[in-house]
Design a protein around this ligand. Structure first.
Ligand SMILES: [Cu+2]
Length: 106
């Protein structure tokens, strides 16, 4: 009886670890028609976000609250940033002030 309970508890711990490992560590954002899609992201700390420019025009990806800005992204240009710390990050394009998005890191 005791041994059976221990086995069940051990399986529970194992199951939780499998579940955590299954969470995505990478998320994609598409830039199209001067919009970030999705416009709001909810991610866990440590998640890498990759932006891909699908417009013919050049865009950049920058954040106001952390010091990063991509170079000019041409069509199909890609930029990645890993959000290590929880917080709310406001994302924009340095060339088009009307472009905005939010990344919420938990
Ligand atoms: Cu832009």
């Amino acid at each position: 009886m005791m041994r059976g309970r221990f086995l069940l508890a051990a399986m529970g711990v194992f199951g939780a670890q499998t579940l955590m490992a299954a969470q995505p560590a990478a998320v994609s954002v598409t830039i199209r028609n001067y919009h970030f899609t999705p416009q709001t992201l909810h991610i866990k700390a440590g998640t890498a976000v990759t932006w891909t420019n699908k417009d013919d025009d050049v865009h950049t990806v920058m954040a106001t609250s952390v010091p990063f800005v991509s170079g000019a992204l041409d069509t199909d240009g890609v930029y990645s940033y890993t959000f290590a710390k929880p917080g709310t990050y406001f994302i924009g394009c340095s060339l088009h002030p009307q472009m905005s998005a939010t990344v919420v890191v938990e």
